[in-house]
Design a protein around this ligand. Structure first.
Ligand SMILES: Cc1cc2nc3c(=O)[nH]c(=O)nc-3n(C[C@H](O)[C@H](O)[C@H](O)COP(=O)(O)OP(=O)(O)OC[C@H]3O[C@@H](n4cnc5c(N)ncnc54)[C@H](O)[C@@H]3O)c2cc1C
Length: 400
């Protein structure tokens, strides 16, 4: 790292000053226009420049923030991660483009990968030279992920993959996909699945964008039609895919939401500023809703701090705490989008520019409708909380 110091050598105060200074010195020149760019519903914004920005973060030694130093990461403590995200949001630095590889796959490679796989993939993820997408959901397997039907069979020294994935975020930009597929013919449910690492740029892979309410296309259908990947590209043992998938879902619902908390606070602050500007803050009903949102944000923060480093996450499981977190933040954020429209009033109903160019709050409102769906829907999280957290009987045929 540029400082020549590992994260452990710095006090939290020193760490804060260094990242603050670095951001203010570097969000200038060619990167000055990136403030506030990107994020859900706006991933198309300044994409190439944001890749360059992500690379500069890595070159300066800031990322991958949470990976241990021996795997090429910054090895930041939890409190340093929190400080990083606080300063990152304060500087309005752009949304990261490499988060799926860095925050989801990276930890799984460290936990389950062979030395060869780690050596092959971790440096390329860290330096943002390869982007990843997550191939879990299928038309017949979303909440019921164990119904995955995409299959792969060994043909010589390669897996040959056939089937369809859907809602695959950023697949149109990804170089690789970690895909949950059925590798044991005739196996059922969570048995016989494997996590394959599949190159996206090959003749057997077709990516078809799906247009969203926001007018943008961030997720896709992905068709595997005899796609190939070497036999060694299986993460965990063949047949162990469910275990790896559960680990990944635990990370997605838990530790990976850390930075999100800080973004939420920046969005909330912007909402309050808007309400002051438009006079909406004088409306007693809106004032009460804003106050309630603030209280909700405080609960989120407290719960995250209390549980994110807890045994549940350390074990990488998809336990009840990660599900409680998912239910809390997704509902809170969806309601924030609605509140944003309340504050905007009638103007919120009209696109900022013809034919369909939305402003930040309109996009947030529309995109946040998905918060209670992706990463496991609300109903599924409540089922997990009931079964694992409270020990209540599972529903017949339940999937928790
Ligand atoms: C913005 C966004 C990004 C996404 N990105 C990705 C990605 O990158 N990779 C990927 O693999 N997937 C991705 N997904 C897919 C996401 O994981 C699925 O949409 C989600 O798991 C729900 O699956 P489904 O859409 O098939 O809905 P279904 O499973 O068909 O569910 C439909 C409704 O029925 C409810 N339901 C289902 N089962 C039960 C039950 N047992 N009890 C009670 N209610 C139930 C659900 O809660 C939901 O309300 C993304 C989704 C969104 C919205």
């Amino acid at each position: 790292m540029a400082t020549g110091l590992t994260a452990a050598d710095l006090t939290d105060g020193e760490f804060r000053l260094r990242i603050r200074d670095w951001l203010s010195e570097n969000l200038t020149g060619r990167f000055a226009g990136l403030r506030g760019a990107g994020g859900p519903g706006r991933e198309h914004e300044a994409f190439e420049e944001r890749i360059a920005w992500d690379r500069s973060l890595h070159a300066a030694g800031w990322t991958p923030l949470a990976w241990p130093a021996e795997h090429g990461g910054r090895g930041a403590t939890l409190s340093q991660q929190l400080i990083f995200y606080e300063e990152y949001a304060r500087a309005a630095a752009p949304a990261r483009v490499s988060h799926i590889g860095e925050q989801l796959l990276g930890p799984a490679l460290i936990a389950f990968g062979t030395p060869d796989q780690r050596q092959r993939f971790l440096p390329a993820i860290a330096s943002v030279s390869e982007l990843w997408c997550q191939g879990f959901s299928e038309p017949g397997a979303g909440s019921d992920l164990a119904s995955v039907a995409t299959s792969a069979r060994l043909a010589g020294q390669e897996w040959e993959i056939t089937g369809q994935k859907v809602w695959t975020s950023l697949a149109h930009l990804a170089d690789w996909c970690f895909a949950l597929v059925r590798t044991e013919p005739g196996s059922r449910r969570s048995d016989g699945l494997s996590m394959l690492l599949v190159p996206m740029r090959q003749p057997g892979v077709t990516v078809r964008p799906i247009r969203q309410l926001t007018g943008t296309s961030e997720f896709n259908e992905v068709f595997f039609d005899g796609a190939r990947t070497p036999a060694a590209m299986v993460l965990g043992r063949p047949g162990e895919g469910w275990r790896v998938a559960r680990f990944l879902l635990g990370v997605e619902r838990g530790a990976a939401t850390f930075g999100q908390q800080i973004v939420f606070r920046a969005e909330f602050d912007d909402l309050v500023a808007q309400a002051r500007r438009t006079g909406a803050a004088g409306d007693p009903v809106l004032r009460a809703k804003i106050a309630r949102a603030w209280a909700g944000l405080e609960v989120l923060r407290a719960y995250a701090l209390d549980t994110i480093a807890g045994p549940d996450q350390a074990a990488g499981g998809t336990g009840a705490e990660a599900s409680v977190m998912k239910v809390l933040w997704s509902r809170w954020h969806r309601e924030l989008g609605e509140l944003g429209m309340d504050v905007a009033g009638a103007a919120g109903m009209v696109a900022a520019r013809s034919p369909y160019e939305l402003d930040g709050w309109q996009r947030l409102f529309l995109f946040s409708r998905t918060d209670t769906i992706y990463g496991g829907s609300d109903e599924i999280q409540l089922g997990i909380i009931a079964a694992r957290g409270l020990g209540l009987a599972r529903e017949p045929g339940g999937r928790a």
